[in-house]
Write a protein that binds this ligand. Sequence first.
Ligand SMILES: [Zn+2]
Ligand SMILES: [Zn+2]
Length: 317
Amino acid sequence: MKIVPISVPTPFYIGPVNVYLIAEDPITIIDTGPKTKEAVEALRSGLRAAGFRVSDIRRIVLTHAHEDHCGLAKSLRDEAKNAEVLVHEWETGHRHSRLEYEEHRKLLERAGVPDTEIARLRRMYEGVRQYADSFGDNEHSPLWDDSDLAFESGTLRIVHTPGHTPGSCSFIREADRTVIAGDCVLKRITPNPVLSPDPVDPSKRFPSLAEYLVSLARIRSFSPTLVYGGHGEPVHDYDELFNRYIRAIQERQAQVIKLVSGDGASAWEVALKMFPGTDDVHRFLAVSEAVAHLDLAHTEGKLALELSGAKEVYKPL
Ligand SMILES: [Zn+2]
Ligand SMILES: [Zn+2]
């Protein structure tokens, strides 16, 4: 089973995104790139170089529903005459024709983000969402953990690897233990566990970092020989990367615990201290990062958590 990486440009800070073509029947792409002219062109020429056209695509599989990965899914599906689109059920983002603004707003409020900042984040997000088409509920099929995507000469095993987002999935070619991991594994940066409502109970937030640690260990249990990430080069030494991630998470953990000393702090206050001078989308990622680490410290019994009005305050024990 031939896996062909295609680099597709994005308008985002992260740089190009990797789309993976599985070049055998049924012709499948994993992720799509954002909805921009440049991205479609890059994808077309990547497909052409491998001897295919968009109309040959029978299956569009999404590692997760961030704009840079899912943006073109709908238009490609239409052009490929109703190719099947598959995404995990917990990946609520662009599956629906609306994003869960209300749920996100509540999560941000609880994290202590001021109203003016929430309004700013929302305006900023309006700018980002133009890079993806949304899906109606009957326009995609679910990816099931531990089941297979069948191809002519073999299978890719679907592995639910939540953390970066609740519905993130990875795909394993078991014959040689090659993994396509989306934004769960990135060579040069530690992926952000993005602040999300819990898909099972949207009034709660998803325990992203705790879930992410389980996902990283699960990928490790397959002893991967090669991991293709959502951005950047593939990873040949997963164990080294795994250990680096764990160290980075422990260091950040120690840092957030220090930052709430004294009277305690909200996730927003911790984010401002951890990443002074960030703005735009990075401010949302900074809050996500702070919440993820504070929640993990709280779960592990290293911090207390109290409600002060609508706002949560983390306190030293
Ligand atoms: Zn992502
Ligand atoms: Zn990405």
